[in-house]
Design a protein around this ligand. Structure first.
Ligand code: GDG
Length: 736
């Protein structure tokens, strides 16, 4: 049976060694909590760092730990203290984490940390390689392992790789500041499926891919030279039932069995029944907006003195990344503000902030969620934020108000919450007041919607959708593999050609026989190509037809003296070897003036773009313009031209970074057909790369060998990855 691997920086459990006793506890954090339920439902192995350095253990301890890890379906990637410092605390948490959360003032660019990051990603790849037996899918998580997809793809090209980023992907303007931006993007593109929490993160990623690497993007697919990467958003859910049931259980417990936290909350309620509780739970992290939250609470207390003795903020800050300086600084800052507020607003019996700097067991967490009247979730940036979702899931009677930052991914799906801008202290304070005064009916109404959604799109659904996504990618890859022009098929073609009396080769030029240049004039044929085509033409049985969208003057210059048939401007002109050019059909070009002025307007507004003038068509090229502006202007231009072209009996052809306007009904297919009618051939081979070649593929008889260069959808029977492979094939035909 097929197994699948889950890979993340940390394993979902913590190991503590105290007085010779080894203790295993579940990890805290969104990823661990979420993926735990998933790993238990599949035959999987979880690979990650256990949190301790195995080199410091005795042989006995090592054995015990690894056995326990094995029982839990986990395998350890051992990290040395130096690696923890440079890769984990360093590059992961001092470069990627602040950069991706828009805290550019905290970002460090240190070569030493980057080197360690590369080394540790490689280390993960090595442990994965040891555990590949029976594995067909690998799901990699998060920002610590951005290089890993590529490392695995290179070693195991057949395995399907999914990658999910749990934090935001920043806008290109920020991402571009990273000295190793290309390496990071290429690392991620090793995956077959890339997942983000929201569409915005996906959009930012696509923009970086386009700008840094110039790959073509089709909706949510990136066309790499040899494969397609799918990108999608999968907003992560929670184990809804787990929270809901735990909350129901907690309410049913007898006084003796209740948690200390709950007892304390209830005791307080008996003493002061008019008290309202606000809950705040996060890892102590500068992205979570704790300072803003406290300042807003202080502002609220100042502005609304009538609430002073009636509200308690339960602040649970879970220690996190204590080795990183900013986290230590922030701890002191939080301590100070809490002290200030409590100092100012406490009375003899009442303290407005109950502050806990520690983690709590799950049951206590649920008690807090369930009991508190308001949840205050105000991150300044947050990939998703599961606390907001867990709070709503722990409500058993529909009471409770969620105040949620618009900067958290969760806000995209939780519009019934009170949505705030975390930098607007006054707005947060007003929301606290609104929440305190919100009628019960309204609370229930809002929470019913929220709960319904959370229940439906829960953690299992999230994981299944991602896994299905991986399965789909795999199927489409197999489809491609089915069409791949294998050596066996090439052998068959060569054999058939040998036995045939005549053969015709329809060969497109740009992208098929040669690569693209910013300026099309620079894409001249090289000596190797001439040699190859001459070699083909030397065989008297072969007829070489170069069939292109190029203008006739350029082809005349490049191939005028060659023994090939030339068809240019997508089938307007035709030239038999040694003969003058002829028009395949009589056409009119008087429309060009009116279209040219429309195109000139676009050239003015799109730096780097230009017009190419052919005899019977006009082409707007935007390969050299800004990679995002160009395609957007192309959409605008097509839109603008639509009504104009139908009146003039023209059509718009969209090629590779070009928009071409020409007379309707003229295409490569029609030209090829005419040629075949007057001179049929035993064997037909047609090769092309863009959709203008699809007319050619469609027009040829079924017995023809039609070959598409590239990965996108096609009518052709076979596919090759790039023009180098076309040349390889032609070389074999010539020599064999
Ligand atoms: C990252 C992204 C994204 C917290 N304190 C305790 C405790 N927790 C649990 C919560 C929750 C999890 O930790 C925190 O998850 P978040 O999503 O809020 O935040 P991050 O840890 O920053 O997670 C985030 C997430 O990944 C998932 O993709 O949502 O945006 O930053 O599950 O319940 N659990 C226990 N005791 C605690 O004291 N037991």
């Amino acid at each position: 049976m097929n197994r699948f691997l889950i890979i993340s920086n940390r394993l979902p459990l913590n190991i503590n060694i105290k007085d010779d006793e080894i203790e295993f506890t579940p990890s805290v954090g969104g990823l661990a909590t979420g993926m735990m339920s998933v790993s238990q439902s599949f035959d999987s192995l979880w690979i990650g760092w256990s949190g301790i350095d195995q080199n410091q253990l005795t042989a006995k301890e090592r054995k015990k730990i690894n056995l326990e890890l094995k029982n839990e379906a986990c395998a350890d990637v051992n990290l040395t203290p130096e690696e923890v410092e440079l890769y984990y605390e360093g590059f992961s948490n001092k470069t990627i984490w602040p950069l991706f959360h828009y805290f550019s003032q905290y970002v460090e660019f240190k070569e030493e940390q980057w080197e360690a990051y590369k080394r540790v990603n490689q280390k993960f790849a090595d442990v994965i390689a040891e555990n590949m037996e029976g594995v067909d899918k690998i799901w990699i998580h998060d920002y610590h392992l951005l290089l890993l997809p590529q490392l695995i793809k290179e070693r195991f090209p057949k395995v399907t790789i999914g990658f999910f980023l749990h934090i935001p992907f920043p806008s290109y303007e920020l991402f571009r500041t990273l000295p190793w931006r290309k390496e990071i993007i290429n690392g991620m593109l090793g995956a077959d499926l890339l997942g983000f929490h929201t569409f915005d993160y996906e959009r930012h990623f696509m923009s970086s891919v386009r700008r840094l690497l110039g790959y073509d993007i089709n909706m949510n697919e990136i066309n790499l030279p040899n494969r397609i990467v799918r990108v999608d958003n999968f907003p992560m859910g929670i184990d809804y039932e787990k929270f809901q049931n735990a909350a129901l259980e907690a309410q049913k417990r007898s006084v003796r069995d209740k948690s200390e936290v709950r007892k304390e909350l209830e005791r307080y309620y008996l003493l002061y029944p008019d008290t309202k509780f606000i809950i705040s739970i996060d890892r102590l992290d500068y992205t979570k907006g704790l300072i803003n939250r406290l300042e807003a609470f202080e502002y609220f207390m100042e502005k609304y003195p009538e609430y002073r003795d009636k509200v308690v903020l339960v602040l649970l800050a879970v220690p996190s990344r204590i080795g990183v300086e900013q986290y230590q600084q922030m701890k002191s800052e939080v301590d100070e503000i809490v002290g200030r507020i409590n100092g100012e607003f406490s009375s003899i019996n009442r303290t407005p902030i109950w502050y806990f700097y520690r983690s709590m067991p799950f049951e206590n967490l649920v008690d807090l969620y369930n009991y508190c009247d308001i949840a205050l979730v105000t991150p300044v940036r947050d990939g998703m934020n599961l606390v907001a979702k867990e709070y709503i899931a722990s409500k058993t009677d529909g009471r409770g108000v969620l105040i949620l930052s618009e900067m958290a991914g969760a806000s995209k799906e939780m519009s019934e919450a009170l949505i705030i801008n975390p930098n607007d202290i006054a707005q947060i304070a007003e929301s606290i007041k609104t929440a305190l005064e919100m009628p019960l009916d309204e609370q229930i109404e809002r929470n019913t919607f929220l709960q319904k959604r959370l229940k439906r799109y829960n953690i299992n659904k999230w994981a299944l959708e991602f896994l299905n996504g991986m399965e789909k990618v795999k199927q489409s890859e197999q489809k491609f593999m089915g069409k791949k022009l294998t050596t066996a098929i090439q052998n068959k073609i060569i054999k058939e050609l040998r036995n045939a009396d005549s053969a015709v080769f329809f060969l497109d030029y740009d992208g098929t026989l040669t690569g693209f240049e910013d300026n099309p004039k620079h894409a001249r044929p090289d000596d190797e190509l001439y040699e190859l085509l001459d070699g083909l033409a030397d065989n008297p049985k072969n007829r070489i037809v170069l069939i292109s969208g190029r203008d006739k003057d350029t082809f005349e210059e490049w191939f005028g003296k060659k023994p090939y048939t030339l068809i240019v401007e997508h089938g307007v002109w035709y030239r038999e070897k040694g003969e003058p050019w002829e028009m395949i059909e009589q056409l009119d070009a008087s429309w060009k003036d009116s279209i040219r002025s429309a195109l000139e307007f676009y050239v003015d507004r799109t730096p780097g773009s230009f017009i190419e003038e052919k005899n019977y068509s006009l082409v707007w090229h935007y390969r050299k313009s800004d990679p995002e502006l160009g395609p957007n202007r192309a959409i605008e231009l097509k839109d603008e031209l639509t009504s104009l072209v139908s009146n003039l009996n023209l059509e718009i052809l969209e090629g590779n970074k070009v928009i071409e306007i020409k007379n309707r009904g003229i295409n490569k297919g029609r030209a090829a057909q005419k040629l075949l009618n007057s001179a049929p051939a035993d064997k037909i081979i047609a090769v092309g790369d863009d959709w203008t070649d699809e007319f050619l593929f469609a027009a040829l008889p079924e017995t023809a060998y039609t070959i598409k260069v590239g990965m996108s959808k096609t009518m052709a029977t076979y596919k090759v990855e790039n023009f180098w492979q076309v040349r390889e094939m032609l070389k074999r035909i010539v020599t064999e």
